[in-house]
Every structure is written in structure tokens, then in C-alpha cells.
Write a protein that binds this ligand. Structure first.
Ligand SMILES: NC(=O)c1ccc[n+]([C@@H]2O[C@H](COP(=O)([O-])OP(=O)(O)OC[C@H]3O[C@@H](n4cnc5c(N)ncnc54)[C@H](OP(=O)(O)O)[C@@H]3O)[C@@H](O)[C@H]2O)c1
Length: 268
């Protein structure tokens, strides 16, 4: 596949997607666009074509990614809607539903996605939802691109707020877990670099056990727990710290926040 891709918005997520495609050996031309021209220098250095003209870059592309904040989506779509007729428009904006995208880019073939920063290391989880006019061939293209960033799954749109809360924002929470594990390592005398590496690799390895074996987390917990051993000693302490209710409350509130942002910005 060598379709021309334009990425509008090269911030944290746009940048991650571009770098992921480059790492994955994407063969088509990629154009990076941002109103912050200084952000584009980094992509120029990576050999990516850059532009500050959304309209022209959209017109030159086969597939357009829009990766700006939810409140900026309408403005960008108004600018480029004529240029993306019959093209794939991939929106990465959290909370912005297909209905709103369709209202502002009626002639495009729209896919709404929710990736995460794991894209930077080809380990994203990306959920995607397609408008009815997206063909099977289009879907294959989208999947090919998203699989370069990690793994992807087609989703019912009603789950997108929950996906945003669990995996879209997830690297933020997992960093706290890794940090906590690192601090715990420091407390019991590990050098900082060793504590950090063993914490991060342990979180990654546990994720891989769940995905690759595939195995239930409870089974993995049992596999590490020997009678009267060290793991059960730690688990006894963890269970008293209410980590599960804390995570459930956090995800519930993050999910509600998507709805609140959508209502505040009138993105229906
Ligand atoms: N960050 C994540 O982990 C993550 C994960 C999943 C989904 N997302 C979604 O991805 C989108 C972008 O998030 P982000 O964290 O990457 O934000 P970001 O770092 O602020 O990047 C957005 C970039 O787009 C630029 N921009 C704004 N209006 C523009 C316009 N009219 N034309 C061209 N460029 C424009 C912004 O410039 P200014 O700074 O001047 O506004 C900024 O450089 C959001 O909708 C978010 O929900 C993010």
C-alpha cells in the first residue's frame, strides 16, 4: 500500500502516528501539517514532507488524518471538506462522534479511531469505527495502517468513550503503576535504573502474557503465587489498598468526562 497520507496536527498523537508509520516502513508519501510550524522541523528532519496549508495538503492526499484537539476539529473540517470528497478521513479526536464528522465532511469516507501513545513503539491498542460508506477495501487499508502502530479492532461507536478512558488515556495510568513499582524497588534498596527497568519490563511482560498465551490475569496471578511465598505476602497488602475500586472509579470518571466534553463543545 502506498497511498498518500496527510496528517493534520503533529502534536503528541499526530507525531506518534507519523513516527510509527515511518518505523513500520510505510511506503507511501506522508505529509505532516501543523499551525505550529516549529513542530514540523522534527518531521522534516525525518524526511517527511511538511506544510502549514491544510487545504493543499488535504487536496494532495489519498487519506487524511485529523489529529487536533476536539474543539479544533470543526474549523479544520470546514477548511478541507471540499478537498476530501470520496477520500478516507481518519479522525483521532477523542469524544467527536461520527455524526459530527459527517455533518462537517459529508462527502468523505469517515473512520473514527482511538489509538494510544503505544503507537510510538508499535504497541498501540486502536479501536476504530467506520461510517457506512467505508468499503471493505477501505477498511483493509485502515487496518493495514493501524496494524503498523500495534493492534486494532473494529468497535461499536457506543464503546468509544469507554475505550478512550481505558486505553486512549491508559499509558498515563500505567506510568503511575510503573513509577509506583520503581519507588517500591527503591524502598527495598534497588538502584534507580534497575528498579525502573525491572518495573517497566514486568508490566510489559504481563501484558504480553495476557495477550499472547492468551491467559486470564487471575490465572497469571495464581501462577506467580506459591503457598506461604513472597507473592501472596505482597498481594495481601495490595488487596487492602483498594487498587481495584480506585481504577474502576478513575475509568468511570474519565468515561463521563468524554460525554461532558462532547456536550460542552456541542459536538453531537
Ligand atoms: N495525546 C494522546 O495520548 C492521545 C491519545 C488518543 C487520542 N488523542 C487525540 O488526538 C488529538 C490530538 O491530541 P494531542 O495530544 O496530539 O494534542 P496536541 O499535542 O495539542 O496536538 C495537536 C496539534 O494540532 C495543532 N493544531 C490545532 N489547530 C490546528 C489547525 N487548524 N490546523 C493544523 N494544526 C492544528 C495544534 O497546535 P496548537 O497547539 O497551536 O493548538 C497542535 O500542534 C486530540 O483530539 C486527542 O483527543 C490523543
Amino acid at each position: 500500500m502506498n497511498d498518500k497520507i496527510t496528517v493534520i496536527g503533529t502534536g503528541m498523537m499526530g507525531g506518534a502516528i507519523i513516527k510509527s508509520l515511518l518505523k513500520g516502513g510505510y511506503r507511501g508519501k506522508i505529509t505532516a501539517v501543523d499551525i505550529q510550524v516549529e513542530k514540523l522541523k522534527e518531521f522534516e528532519a525525518l524526511g517527511v514532507k511538511t506544510s502549514s496549508d491544510n487545504k493543499k495538503a488535504a487536496s494532495d492526499a489519498d487519506i487524511v488524518f485529523i489529529i487536533v484537539k476536539p474543539g479544533d476539529v470543526e474549523k479544520v473540517l470546514k477548511e478541507i471538506s471540499k478537498e476530501i470528497k470520496d477520500k478516507l478521513l481518519v479522525s483521532v479526536a477523542a469524544t467527536v462522534p461520527l455524526s459530527f464528522l459527517k455533518k462537517n465532511a459529508a462527502d468523505a469516507k469517515i473512520v473514527r479511531i482511538m489509538p494510544n501513545l503505544g503507537a510510538l513503539v508499535q504497541a498501540a491498542y486502536t479501536a476504530y469505527v467506520c461510517e457506512t460508506n467505508v468499503t471493505d477495501e477501505d477498511k483493509e487499508k485502515v487496518k493495514e495502517i493501524l496494524n503498523m502502530m500495534g493492534i486494532c479492532e473494529e468497535m461499536d461507536e457506543k464503546y468509544m468513550d469507554a475505550i478512550t478512558a481505558v486505553s486512549g488515556s491508559g499509558p498515563g495510568y500505567m506510568s503511575i503503576i510503573i513509577e509506583a513499582l520503581t519507588y517500591a524497588g527503591l524502598k527495598v534498596g534497588l538502584p534507580r535504573n534497575i528498579a525502573l527497568k525491572c518495573a517497566a519490563q514486568t508490566v510489559m511482560g504481563t501484558g504480553k502474557l495476557v495477550l499472547d498465551l492468551p491467559e486470564d490475569p487471575a490465572k497469571i496471578r495464581d501462577m506467580t503465587t506459591t503457598p506461604g511465598g513472597t507473592t501472596i505476602e505482597a498481594i495481601y497488602q495490595i488487596e487492602q489498598s483498594q487498587i481495584r475500586p480506585a481504577m474502576i472509579r478513575a475509568i468511570e470518571e474519565a468515561t463521563k468526562k468524554s460525554q461532558a466534553i462532547r456536550e460542552k463543545l456541542n459536538l453531537q
